[in-house]
Design a protein around this ligand. Structure first.
Ligand code: ZN
Ligand code: ZN
Length: 149
């Protein structure tokens, strides 16, 4: 596992765990202006100190707009990264499910393992091959990529 990291990967800026926190912040925000570290801690099932530590890391990496102590929201980069991960997950999952006839549960689990690391080119090709689907098999919206209309 550690061997994979850093080796010819495409723009890997966050660790898997950091990406989980980023996605959680995104999910908790849903229309709200900011979310507190306590909410993040509860959602992640960790202590407030641990949540604050990760939020600080994300803040330092430019993913969050506000200081973790005052409640956070996503920065432009953070939003872009979340969208990229969500698109990767849903396109990959849809492809594996539809084209390879793998169960949705397995497709989703597998997508979770690779979502952060898939090159944009591959995801765009999968998206084209699928006819640019608007939703994944869970009926969740798939964010459009550069090649989508
Ligand atoms: Zn899905
Ligand atoms: Zn597309």
């Amino acid at each position: 596992m550690p061997k994979l990291r850093g080796a010819k990967q495409v723009s890997v800026r966050l660790t898997t765990r950091e990406a989980e926190y980023l996605k959680t912040v995104f999910r908790l925000l849903s229309g709200r202006e900011k979310v507190g570290s306590l909410e993040v801690a509860v959602a992640m099932g960790v202590s407030c100190a641990t949540a604050s530590e990760y939020l600080k890391k994300l803040f330092e990496k430019g993913m969050l707009e506000r200081n973790p102590w005052r409640g956070v929201s996503l920065s432009k980069s953070g939003l872009r990264e979340v969208n990229r991960i969500i698109r990767n997950h849903r396109v990959f999952e849809t492809y594996v499910y539809r084209v390879l006839s793998i169960s949705l549960e397995d497709a989703c689990e597998c997508a979770s393992m690779v979502e952060q690391y898939l090159p944009e080119k591959i995801v765009d090709s999968m998206c084209s091959a699928l006819g640019h689907p608007k939703t994944c098999p869970h009926k969740n919206h798939i964010p459009g990529g550069r090649s989508c209309c």
